[in-house]
Design a protein around this ligand. Sequence first.
Ligand code: BG6
Length: 482
Amino acid sequence: VSRVIPVDTFDLVIFGGTGDLARRKIFPGLYRRFLAGQMPEGSRIIGAARADLTEAAFRATVREAIDEFVPEARKDAAVIDAFIGRIGYVSIDAKGTGGWPDLRAMMRENVVRAFYFSVAPVLFGDIAERLHEHGIADAWSRIVVEKPFGRDLASARALNETLAKHFTEAQIYRIDHYLGKETVQNLMAVRFANILFEPLWKAEYIDHVQITVAETVGVEGRGAYYDKSGAMRDMVQNHLMQLLCLIAMEPPYHFDPDAVRDEKLKVIRALDAVKPEDIVRGQYLAGGGQEGYVAHSENPASKTESYIALKVHISNWRWKGTPFYLRTGKRLRARASEIAITFKEPPHSIFDDAEGWRENVLVIRLQPNEGMNLMMMIKEPGPGGMRLMQVPLDMAFADALGADAEDIPDAYERLIMDVIRGNQTLFMRGDEVEAAWAWADPIIQGWEERGMKPQGYDPGSSGPEDALMLMHKDGRRWREIR
Ligand code: BG6
């Protein structure tokens, strides 16, 4: 399955190298790229963090991360040793001068330099400035910036301005890890590499679209961050927005960074303001022996939402009149992310038996059990006249590709290598992030001004009751979360 695209030799510096994201995603991902043979001879990864660690001690932490987060079948002792041999460490003070000259001394000429900011956003500006001040970043260097990219339009703008002091837009890689998911990229392949769907891909033929990202985890341990964020900022403004854009955008003229991002931007700018009655917020209650949201939030009266459902309209020629229903939440019945496109009924039925009549639905399953399902009407087999039934045209990607789930690369693997290749297609441009905040801000302000509390929902359920009504009142219903 994996064809390896060659990249240039690189030095990748990971600020926040001892952090959780580095441990869970970045190092395991880099190891897998190394295993796949995509890390050229001489490339290095340098962890940078405040901790006063020796290189050996830092390498030991990376080894542990691989042990914990790489599946057994992908562990190869000799490869792990060779990978660990590529790792360096520098103890650094983001706000002061400590460590920066050491990092400067480690940099080499004629290799790609990339700097991954896997740190709290308050440090982005400091690190950018130090890199510049100490002559560590050059005009070809790239920086990778993790979420959250601001918490509203003003802070996102300020962040963009800060980074722009030292780096051009072409050097800045803003990560939304959803864009690194294989199945998310596949949305573009399905839409733009097949003639089949595109002619029907518009309000005239599509009744509505549902985008669901359901999780079973709660916010345990992340309460301090999450309580200031909530599902709207944590998931909708970024991840669900990206999914919506890929479904709704016009065909770009080429699969090229600015062509794709221009089209996404147009979608975001065409979004209508969301009416208060089209927003449902929820917060998970205690149950099944587990604590409720407020127990994780440090604030017993927290009004932060761990669930949100929205009805969204896009005001342009293609989508006028076709609602997009979005929902995401924690502690729900199942971990399930999917996009369902429900087509309109044929204009006239020639069959008397309308029983069992259903619309065509294209379901794109993002995770887990990645695949596609096209619900079709066919004749019920047998001599009993012309009776109709709905069957799925089912394609599980794992079956189709003969791959096991572990072969599907993690989002971070793909994205980090894109940084080294200098390909920004799957990264958010500054104007795109700002436009998404410009849309989200009034929604958030609306409920803050009205002091609205989220509705409680049981853990393991499919969310708050009011979310059902959001669709019922339009004569539609959510697909089951499973
Ligand atoms: C992160 C959010 O960006 O995405 C988390 O901060 C969320 O709250 C996570 O759990 C979901 O990502 P994935 O890849 O597990 O769907």
